[in-house]
Design a protein around this ligand. Structure first.
Ligand code: ATP
Length: 222
């Protein structure tokens, strides 16, 4: 399968990214991203697997994570892959990715980084986290069981925005919380369930399940 750094040859005016480890990708990622596309009226969301997940131990090798993502989005017109982080050496820092995107897309482009509420809580620990808002906006989606206190977003050097149309006009420096149908599932729970030979059929796309089975992933190593 052809793997390009971005799937689009045109320079988009909107670039929305859900970054993650995707170990493995699950329906929480896929359905949340699809809902976000329809709720805010974006054309696409780019799923962006990190290369070196410096903050996580024992992450599954990259080619498996990318292959599963490709299978998960193969029938979707709104979800695309951006593999730029997998091509960089060393720890994957979001700020580097966003700086690169800003250089590519220009200062007017609306760039947004999507995080679940769990990731939002840890954002202040990211490398050069304040600069994230100099390059992009942040979209927070609710993660089941992980409420977000105002004190988290109050600490961000970013303007709150609750109007989707207005938000899409803002290049950077804003954040928006979007209420989506919650999907109470994590990759950690899926790895553990597979390891214990429990069914994850309801939480992972069938093609990804087949891949996991075929390659014997998540058995005895997590
Ligand atoms: P792990 O359990 O291995 O930490 P994860 O399920 O949190 O993995 P990641 O790939 O780390 O998945 O997540 C990528 C992004 O997707 C993060 O911003 C995370 O908050 C968000 N996300 C993951 N699962 C969900 C979900 N069920 N609902 C909403 N957002 C989610």
């Amino acid at each position: 399968m052809d793997i390009s750094v971005t799937d689009s040859k045109q320079t988009p005016l909107e670039y929305v990214v859900m970054g993650g480890t995707f170990d493995p990708v699950h329906n929480g990622h896929i359905q949340s991203a699809k809902q976000l596309v329809s709720t805010l009226g974006y054309d696409h969301i780019y799923l962006m697997p990190c290369g070196d997940a410096y903050h996580k131990q024992g992450v599954t090798q990259l080619d498996h994570r990318v292959a599963m993502l490709q299978l998960a989005i193969k029938d979707s017109v709104s979800l695309k892959l951006d593999l730029r982080e997998t091509l960089r050496e060393g720890a994957t820092y979001t700020v580097d990715t966003l700086t690169q995107l800003r250089q590519e897309l220009g200062k007017e482009a609306h760039i947004s980084w999507v995080v679940g509420t769990d990731a939002a809580k840890g954002l202040v620990n990211w490398h050069q986290w304040q600069q994230v808002f100099e390059q992009a906006n942040v979209i927070v989606i609710h993660r089941a069981g992980v409420p977000l206190d105002h004190s988290v977003t109050n600490a961000w050097p970013a303007k709150p925005c609750s109007d989707g149309q207005a938000f899409k006009q803002i290049p950077n420096g804003a954040f928006m919380q979007v209420a989506l149908e919650p999907f109470d599932i994590s990759s950690t729970e899926i790895r553990e369930a597979i390891n214990q030979k429990q069914s994850v059929d309801d939480h992972v796309p069938q093609a990804v399940l087949n891949y996991i089975e075929q390659h014997g992933l998540y058995r005895g190593n997590h």
